[in-house]
Design a protein around this ligand. Structure first.
Ligand code: AHG
Ligand code: MN
Ligand code: MN
Ligand code: MN
Length: 332
C-alpha cells in the first residue's frame, strides 16, 4: 500500500499487527486477533517441541490419521493446542486440520474466519531433533455468520486466502506470514516470550543454486524432473533436503532455490496437501516474488474439492521453477 509504514526491525509482533491494522481504516481487528491467537499457539507448541525429549511426548501415538500416517504424539499435541487457541480466541468459526478427518467447529459461530492448518509439519523429524513447523491458511467465511461453517468455507480456492504463514521450530523459532501485502518474518525471543520483527520484507531471489527433493524417489520421478535435476547437478548446484517442508521452504525463501515434491508411485498425485501445505506456501511465495506450480499450472489455481486432496509441488525461485516447467512441456 502506498502509505505503508515501514516498521523497524525489533518491533514486537503485537505493535506490528496494530500498526498494520491502522493502515486499513475498515479493519475491525478480527484478523489481527486471529493472528495473535496463532502466534500464541505457536509459542505453546514451541515450548512442547523444545521439551519433547523430556516429557515423553516423542514417539508415535500408535494410531493412524486420515492420511494413513502413523500419528506422532507431537502431531496430536500440536493439533490440540492450535484448535484450543483458535477456539478460545473466538475469531475462527471452524478449523480444518491435517490431523482431523472433518471440519472442527469451534462454537464461535459469529467468527468471520476459518483456518486450515498443518499443526506439525515434518513429523518424521520430531524424535531426531531436526527442524519442524506449523503451516496455516486463513479464509474469510462465505457461509452466514451466526451459523456453523460449511465445506464451501474451506474450498474457496487458493486465491481467496486472506492470510497464510508458518512457524518454523528451528535453530531459532520464527513466524513468517502474509496478509497479501508482502511477507514479514518474526523471530521468537524465548526469555521474553515475544516475537520480534527480524525480516520486515522477505523476497525470494529470482534464481538460486539449491534444489530440495527426496532423491530416494529418483526412479519414480517423471523424466522431465530427472532431466532438470541432472542439469542442476551438471551446474554444480547444491542438494539440500531436511525432510521438513517448512525448513526446506524457509531456507530456499531466504537464499533462493527450488523445492520439488513430484508424483511418485506411492503418491501418484503428489504427497503434499493442497489446503494446508501447498496453498499457504504458494500464497507466501507469490507475495515474496517467487513461483509455485504443480504439473498442471499454478498451485493457487488448483480447484480444491476434497479437504485432504494432494498435489505435486514445485515451489521457489521463479527462474528455477520456470526452467523445470519448460522441460515438462509435452511431457505431462
Ligand atoms: P507432515 O509431517 O505434515 O505429514 O508433512 C511431511 C511432508 C513434508 O514436511 C516433507 O517435506 C515431506 O513430507 C517429506 O516426505 P518424504 O519423507 O517422503 O520425503
Ligand atoms: Mn506437512
Ligand atoms: Mn503435519
Ligand atoms: Mn503428517
Amino acid at each position: 500500500k502506498e502509505n505503508a509504514i515501514a516498521q523497524p526491525v525489533g518491533t514486537t509482533l503485537e505493535r506490528y499487527i496494530m500498526r498494520k491494522q491502522a493502515e486499513f481504516p475498515f479493519a475491525t481487528g478480527e484478523l489481527s486477533q486471529l493472528l495473535r491467537d496463532i502466534a500464541l499457539a505457536g509459542k505453546i507448541v514451541n515450548r512442547e517441541v523444545n521439551r519433547a525429549g523430556l516429557t515423553s511426548i516423542i514417539g508415535a501415538m500408535g494410531q493412524q490419521n486420515v492420511q494413513g500416517e502413523a500419528q506422532q504424539k507431537l502431531d496430536v499435541e500440536a493439533n490440540i493446542r492450535f484448535i484450543r487457541a483458535l477456539t478460545n480466541g473466538g475469531e475462527a468459526c471452524a478449523v480444518l486440520s491435517e490431523e482431523e478427518d472433518d471440519i472442527i467447529h469451534t462454537g464461535n459461530c459469529n467468527g468471520k474466519y476459518v483456518v486450515a492448518i498443518d499443526p506439525l509439519d515434518g513429523s518424521s523429524n520430531i524424535d531426531v531433533n531436526i527442524s519442524i513447523g506449523t503451516i496455516f491458511s486463513i479464509y474469510r467465511r462465505v457461509s452466514p455468520v451466526g451459523e456453523d461453517a460449511t465445506r464451501e468455507d474451506f474450498l474457496q480456492g487458493g486465491r481467496r486466502q486472506v492470510a497464510a504463514g508458518y512457524i518454523l521450530y528451528g535453530s531459532s523459532t520464527m513466524l513468517v506470514y502474509t496478509t497479501g501485502h508482502g511477507v514479514a518474518g518474526f523471530t521468537y525471543e524465548n526469555s521474553l516470550g515475544e516475537f520480534f520483527l527480524s525480516h520486515p520484507s522477505i523476497s525470494i531471489p529470482t534464481s538460486g543454486t539449491v534444489f530440495s527433493c527426496n532423491e530416494g524417489y529418483w526412479f519414480d520421478y517423471p523424466q522431465y524432473v530427472r532431466d532438470y535435476l541432472m542439469q542442476c547437478k551438471r551446474q554444480g548446484q547444491s542438494g539440500r533436503y531436511v525432510g521438513s517442508l517448512v525448513a526446506d521452504y524457509h531456507r530456499n525463501l531466504l537464499t533462493g532455490g527450488i523445492y520439488l515434491y513430484p508424483p511418485t508411485s506411492k503418491n501418484p498425485s503428489g504427497k503434499l496437501r493442497v489446503l494446508y501445505e501447498a496453498f499457504p506456501l504458494a500464497f507466501l511465495i507469490e507475495q515474496a516474488g517467487g513461483t509455485a506450480e504443480s504439473e498442471h499450472g499454478p498451485i493457487l489455481d488448483i480447484v480444491a474439492t476434497e479437504f485432504h486432496q494432494r498435489t505435486p509441488l514445485f515451489v521457489g525461485s521463479s527462474s528455477m521453477v520456470n526452467l523445470l516447467l519448460t522441460k515438462s512441456v509435452g511431457a505431462v
